[in-house]
Design a protein around this ligand. Structure first.
Ligand SMILES: Cc1cc2nc3c(=O)[nH]c(=O)nc-3n(C[C@H](O)[C@H](O)[C@H](O)COP(=O)(O)OP(=O)(O)OC[C@H]3O[C@@H](n4cnc5c(N)ncnc54)[C@H](O)[C@@H]3O)c2cc1C
Length: 656
């Protein structure tokens, strides 16, 4: 009592809470800290969830396999990754048993998968239908249910932080403070380079969490609108409209306008129709916004420094991964250009992509992403050295490089006798009609390219699955080619054990025959390789714009290839791919029951491979085809999914 009486506080009479003045500059930064704790905790949680994935990827050698392109004077000196039986990436042993617990785990995973994959279809309007391309039946909302939940969660956290305990009508600073606190997370989600720390699940690459970058950016805009709107409301209420002209307000309005420009330039129609405009506007306006906001309030600076550091890190890592290489452009048909970059030996995984800049002509100012369709050459695969990309003509830049490749008057090949002879032969053929200038016999056009990457790629481990269904639409075939290479790669790295997929079904929806013909040699080559590894590889080709009469399957393709004049029902494809699995596993389950609950793992080892079971579904192409595949899996019954041993999914859209 005495001590309290003697304390210095006794000189102050406590002010009742209702009469205390809200000290924005003390209280609001605390909410910035709370907001930062919320999103960093979500990151930390996702890191914890990812630990099993990281360990598995490390054990199967994938974690560091696709970090930077490497080249060597002696390609055969590169050690082929070999996986011993003990290091083999096995499916969780519990899941290969017929026990109740294993089926329970599969069931829980299947339920989570259904919720996370399910995507809402758009209302059936003509305009939207026009957006889906000819591979798909209908348009879908771009975000799946799980992505919507994540976005809403983020928005809820932001709104809670600027509303709780804030007297917005008297002091509108809180949304301004929370807007600043959002900057680091927005920049973090925009980075392309692999981070030393995983962002969300490390199985994701920038193109997978890019949607969050967009939505966090929009949430920032909403927060800034509330901040500005509430201040203007106060000025009007207090009859202080001259405050709008004050230096601080003018800088705030400038920062807001620049942010608005970023939002407008990033809208989907702008991104799709004028990608370069979107990109240039994005960078310019954002830098302008940072300058304006740092003059608007000194409280912004502590939030700008981490953003600059993160962006500098991204640029630095990208610079380390840049390579300038010789490349050959080959026009394989009227709309497809093959880009062969021979001087690369390792450091990528098929299905990853690189940003390509062709250092010739006006295309030099743009870099575009293309998927790597082949695995690094090994003594088994005997595939050519280097990286092979295919670019479908989609707009100006892809058209430019196609024309460059076709420009036979300026064909430049190497100086050696063989290539001079090749050029001579080709130019003699040039006398023939125009259509002979395309095709793989074309000697190609030598250019220099700058490549940045590799990025992204397939993140499910195919050695864990017995069957694989690959669904591709249009130029999405490049990802499918890479995925076939990956199936064969996991099979060869574990060639001394029964592991990896035994059945791979490809469904490719394509507009015209010419692309099928152009890629037939590659499809045949992969089929022959698969046969050597006892993998059954089948091609089902669907023409979305079939000519009448329907042409024959190109003679070069395997006999099992089927050509159909319609778009497939993807749910039907998934069910068909499940059938053999379900019946095999049902037989195994029955025999396990007969043998008094004998472990199924031994049984399935003899029938279907020791390392995995279940079905992996991979879809790539226009958004519609990927969404249809997601929904086909989400709509499967739990029983089907448990019986087949689980389904893995990877979807890739060639649009950002
Ligand atoms: C991860 C990824 C992998 C891809 N892999 C392949 C492939 O293997 N083969 C293939 O033919 N196509 C692939 N694409 C698509 C290819 O990048 C575009 O077709 C190409 O960039 C079009 O450029 P353009 O100037 O000719 O056409 P534009 O008319 O400028 O663009 C056509 C479409 O491509 C998008 N686009 C344009 N530039 C870029 C860019 N720099 N980054 C992302 N999207 C862009 C536009 O938004 C638009 O939707 C891939 C795209 C992505 C995102």
């Amino acid at each position: 009592m005495n001590a309290h009486f003697n304390s210095p506080d006794r000189r102050f009479i406590p002010i009742p809470t209702q009469y205390q003045i809200y000290d924005s500059y003390t209280i609001d930064p605390k909410w910035q800290t709370k907001f930062t704790i919320i999103w960093t905790s979500v990151l930390a949680f996702s890191f914890l969830v990812s630990i099993p994935y990281i360990i598995r990827s490390w054990r199967n050698g994938r974690l560091y396999s696709g970090l930077a392109i490497q080249e060597t004077l002696d390609p055969y000196s590169i050690k082929e990754p070999s996986i011993t039986r003990d290091k083999l990436p096995r499916q969780d042993p519990r899941l290969t048993q017929s026990s109740f617990s294993s089926r329970l785990i599969l069931g829980i995973r299947a339920m989570i998968q259904s919720v996370s994959l399910w995507t809402l279809p758009m209302p059936n309007l003509t305009w939207w239908k026009g957006q889906v391309g000819d591979c798909c039946r209908r348009a879908y909302f771009t975000l799946s249910v799980s992505q919507i939940v994540l976005v809403l969660g983020y928005m809820a956290a932001v709104i809670a932080c600027f509303v709780v305990g804030a007297e917005l009508t008297q002091n509108s600073n809180r949304p301004g403070f929370i807007a600043l606190a959002q900057l680091p997370v927005i920049i973090l989600l925009s980075l392309k380079s692999p981070l030393p720390l995983p962002v969300f699940l490390p199985s994701l690459s920038y193109e997978h969490y890019n949607f969050l970058h967009r939505w966090t950016g929009r949430t920032l805009f909403i927060t800034a609108t509330v901040h500005g709107g509430m201040w203007i409301n106060q000025f009007i209420k207090n009859n202080e409209m001259d405050q709008i002209n004050a230096e601080k307000s003018r800088r705030g309005i400038l920062a807001y306008a620049l942010m608005g420009m970023v939002v407008i330039a990033s809208l989907k129609p702008v991104r799709r129709k004028c990608y370069q405009l979107f990109w240039i506007a994005h960078v310019m306006f954002f830098v302008g916004f940072f300058a304006a906001i740092s003059y608007h309030t000194p409280y912004s600076r502590p939030w700008i420094y981490p953003c600059v550091a993160l962006y500098a890190y991204d640029l630095f890592v990208r610079m380390l991964r840049y390579r300038i290489k010789d490349a050959t452009l080959v026009p394989v048909d009227d709309t497809l250009t093959m880009i062969h970059i021979p001087d690369c030996d390792a450091g990528w995984l098929p299905t990853q992509h690189v940003m390509v800049r062709v250092l010739k002509g006006s295309g030099v100012f743009e870099s575009h992403p293309f998927t790597i369709t082949n695995a690094p050459s090994t003594s088994f695969s005997a595939s050519p050295r280097g990286i092979i990309l295919y670019a479908k003509v989609a707009g100006d830049w892809t058209k430019k490089i196609h024309n460059l490749a076709r420009d036979i008057k300026t064909i430049e090949v190497g100086d050696d006798d063989e290539t001079i002879e090749e050029r001579q032969k080709f130019l003699e053929r040039e006398e023939k009609p125009d259509d002979s200038i395309d095709g793989l016999q074309h000697p190609g056009r030598k250019v220099q390219v700058m490549i940045d990457g590799p990025y992204g790629g397939l993140k499910i481990d195919l050695s864990q699955y017995e069957n694989v269904l690959l669904v591709g639409g249009g130029s999405g075939i490049t990802f499918i080619l890479g995925a076939i290479e990956e199936c064969l790669r996991v099979k060869t790295t574990a060639h001394n054990v029964v592991c990896g997929p035994s059945q791979v079904d490809v469904a490719w929806v394509v507009r015209d025959m010419s692309t099928i013909q152009a890629l037939s040699p590659t499809l045949l080559y992969l089929h022959n390789l698969a046969e050597k590894l006892s993998v059954s590889l089948t091609y089902n080709l669907y023409l979305s714009n079939p000519p009448n009469p329907l042409p024959n399957v190109p003679a070069i393709l395997p006999k099992s290839t089927i050509l159909s004049p319609y778009r497939p029902e993807i749910s039907q494809l998934v069910r068909t791919a499940l059938l053999p699995l379900s019946s095999t596993r049902m037989n195994n389950l029955e025999s396990a029951i007969i043998q008094n609950e004998t472990s199924l793992s031994e049984e399935s080892g003899s029938v279907s491979g020791i390392c995995g079971n279940g079905l992996a579904v991979i879809a790539c192409g226009p958004e519609g085809i990927v969404m249809e595949t997601k929904n086909a899996i989400a709509n499967l019954s739990l029983k089907d999914r448990i019986t087949c041993g689980g389904i893995g999914f990877h979807g890739e859209c060639y649009t950002l």
